[in-house]
Design a protein around this ligand. Structure first.
Ligand code: GCU
Length: 665
């Protein structure tokens, strides 16, 4: 049967040999059992990749006198957990791995080099994951829909059932190939059938799925409904300190881990956007998280507790309440109270995955608590996989951010990797952008984000450019001219998107609920706490000492830097300050002129991207070419709509004309 989905960067089409074929003809394993699931899958993958790309079927070498060209050996002494070393000596390629996951990742590395047509003979590399936990979170519902999904329906669920088919295996291969070792399959908003995933109704399938994942070194996690006791016929409460509730969870978890022993644990969205949680019972977030954590601990389980807790029924007239403050205010006081198998999962910004916002001060703000970064690969606010927006530069910016929580090792990357405070329960999670579309991600170019997040989580020092180049070579073309053109498109795309949407860190201005396309005042008088505060004189949210005081959630010198309009980074100007339209920017332009110029430029840049893309006709696979071309056409429409609505809005508010006299409505 022909597959109704592509193989993305694992397509293994014919490649130039670059002398690589010589190494992968006979392979010998030392210290690894080739029948163990992960090693067996690694071996299968090596055969599949090499035969596809080089037309050679690698053979397994026995213990005899053969002279294997490639040796895969155990080295748990000088290589760290999940890591591997690849080297080439005297015509023999050596892959030394710390454990089975290391073998799998090392094999995928070898295949990546072959796919990129790079000579294996030149490689000497030690790769050890920077983050212990590298996770994808899927917001898939059991009816098959996906919250904030832009690539079709779920491939995990359909009509209230789990699907376990070949596509699931391909998914596992795909994410394992970039080093992902944990996956949450269901939406953080756990409702209806999903609450029942921890019952007999689903155990068999959940266990089966966890085994498929385990074969690729991936732990399955589930999102948990905090109010499960009430909904599954337990006590009439979810109070974390209530003995009956605790007893109910104990029985439940004993059952869950007996039936699904490979389960990694749970992700919990509590007291957030209407989801139940400990606040209902006058308890703290720590009470809730610790209760569950203590119960799953004997099974090696982990509780990942989200910090997206804020007041979503705010009055827009209220200038004191600041949604940006909420995460920190709700979690900082209990720093140190969370048990060691709890991890707090913190979104990169204090608001919600905008194209530009400040870095959450909770990251690094917490000093005695396991923490994990959450980013969004799904393009909810960043073009919904219609518009091109390569997000790795944004993620890198966040990871490189200096928190000043300590004199050294104080970047977000340090904190979430566990380096800063020596935590082992740490890492990065991303909301995934996949669905059951043939090309997985709607826009073929959005697969660069799907690929890139994993690579970045494994090796944080990789540049956005390196990651883009790898992805293009494996997915679209190895022809340097084509590679350069596409890499440039990717690298410029975030700034282009930012130019034609909301300016200088203010965020939103999107169509309510749907979050695609402009609606400048769409959320301005709503309950969500996402205001731009524009009037006839200026715009922006005052989060300084004179405003909401949010700036004080940062350590110095960040707090003072943001507090002062003269030192506040301009790309975040409107996030931190309410600024007159006539305010002069470093570029020598007024704020209003910057808004006009950037919006005209944004559209021009999309037009330029389209010209580049049209020039690639015939040089990339036809299907991808056509899909991307169609997406670009929609992006241009979107960009124009944004330009015209934003410019007209601010012209009408301010009464200040564009210096260049361009068309504003
Ligand atoms: C955003 C998003 C929701 C999601 C929420 C979350 O608000 O729009 O769909 O549920 O984030 O992260 O929990």
């Amino acid at each position: 049967m022909e597959k109704k989905w592509t193989q993305l960067w694992l397509k293994y089409d014919k490649k130039q040999d670059a002398g690589n074929g010589a190494f992968v003809q006979t392979v010998k394993f030392c210290g690894f059992d080739t029948k163990a699931a992960v090693v067996a899958n690694a071996w299968k993958e090596l055969q599949r990749g090499v035969s596809g790309m080089l037309g050679i079927v690698p053979a397994l070498a026995g213990d005899g006198t053969e002279n294997p060209k490639m040796v895969i050996a155990l080295d748990a002494e000088t290589v760290k957990k999940e890591g591997y070393r690849i080297s080439c000596n005297d015509g023999c390629l050596k892959l030394e791995a710390a454990d089975e996951n290391g073998v799998l990742y090392g094999v995928f590395h070898v295949l990546r080099l072959i796919a990129m047509e790079q000579p294996l003979s030149k490689v000497t590399i030690l790769c050890e994951p920077d983050n212990p936990m590298r996770m994808y979170n899927h917001w898939d519902n059991m009816d098959g829909s996906i919250e904030r999904g832009y690539s079709g329906n779920s491939f995990f669920f359909e009509k209230g059932e789990l699907i376990i088919d070949e596509r699931i295996t391909d998914y596992a291969r795909m994410v394992a190939s970039v080093g992902i070792n944990g996956v949450v399959i269901n939406n953080v908003n756990v409702k209806d059938e999903a609450t029942w995933l921890i019952t007999d109704r689903y155990f068999a399938k959940v266990a089966e799925l966890s085994n498929v994942f385990a074969g690729y070194g991936i732990k399955l996690f589930l999102s948990l409904n905090y109010a499960a006791p009430l909904e599954l016929g337990g006590p009439d409460s979810a109070d974390p300190l209530d003995e009956d509730v605790i007893a109910w969870w104990k029985t439940k978890m004993a059952e869950v881990f007996a039936k699904v022993p490979n389960l990694g644990g749970f992700l919990v969205k509590a007291d957030s956007e209407g989801r139940p949680g400990p606040f209902t019972y006058g308890r703290t977030q720590a009470d809730g998280a610790n209760m569950l954590a203590d119960i799953v601990k004997p099974y090696g389980g982990i509780i990942i507790w989200r910090c997206f807790v804020y007041n979503c029924t705010q009055d827009w007239r209220d200038y004191k309440t600041d949604r940006a403050r909420a995460g920190y205010d709700n979690f900082i006081e209990m720093d140190g109270d969370y048990h060691d198998n709890v991890i707090l999962q913190i979104k990169n910004g204090p608001m919600d995955f905008q194209i530009r916002e400040a870095v959450s001060p909770l990251l690094g703000g917490l000093k005695k608590t396991n923490q994990m970064l959450e980013v969004q690969v799904a393009q909810e606010y960043t073009g919904q996989q219609i518009d091109l927006c390569y997000l790795i530069p944004l993620f890198k910016e966040v990871l490189d951010f200096k928190t000043y929580c300590k004199p050294e090792n104080d970047t977000v990357a340090d904190v979430v990797s566990g380096r800063t405070y020596g935590n082992k329960n740490a890492g990065i999670a991303a909301v995934c952008n996949t669905g059951n579309d043939e090309n997985w991600t709607g826009n073929d170019l959005a697969a660069a984000n799907f690929y890139g997040f994993g690579r970045l989580a494994f090796t944080t020092s990789l540049s956005a450019e390196e990651i883009a180049e790898e992805w293009v070579k494996m997915s679209l073309s190895c022809e340097q001219e084509v590679v350069d053109a596409i890499v440039n498109l990717l690298l410029g795309s975030r700034e282009t998107y930012e130019k034609y949407t909301s300016p200088l860190g203010i965020g939103w201005m999107v169509t309510p609920h749907y979050h695609y396309g402009p609606s400048v005042d769409g959320y301005e008088y709503s309950r969500w706490g996402t205001y731009h505060r524009a009037d006839h004189l200026g715009l922006g949210v005052d989060r300084t000492d004179n405003g909401t005081g949010y700036v004080r959630q940062y350590y110095e010198p960040n707090a003072s830097m943001y507090n002062d309009i003269k030192t506040c980074p301009e790309e975040l100007l409107l996030f931190f300050h309410h600024v007159p339209y006539t305010h002069m920017l470093k570029s020598g332009k007024t704020l209003i002129q910057h808004i006009y110029d950037s919006h005209f430029e944004g559209v021009e840049e999309v037009e330029a991207m389209i010209r580049v893309w049209n020039g690639l006709e015939g040089k990339v696979p036809f299907c991808a070419y056509e899909v991307i071309k169609e997406r670009f056409a929609r992006q241009l429409q979107n960009a124009k709509e944004w330009r015209d609505q934003v410019n007209s809005y601010f012209y009408r508010k301010s009464g200040i004309a564009d210096e260049m006299g361009r068309r504003i409505y």
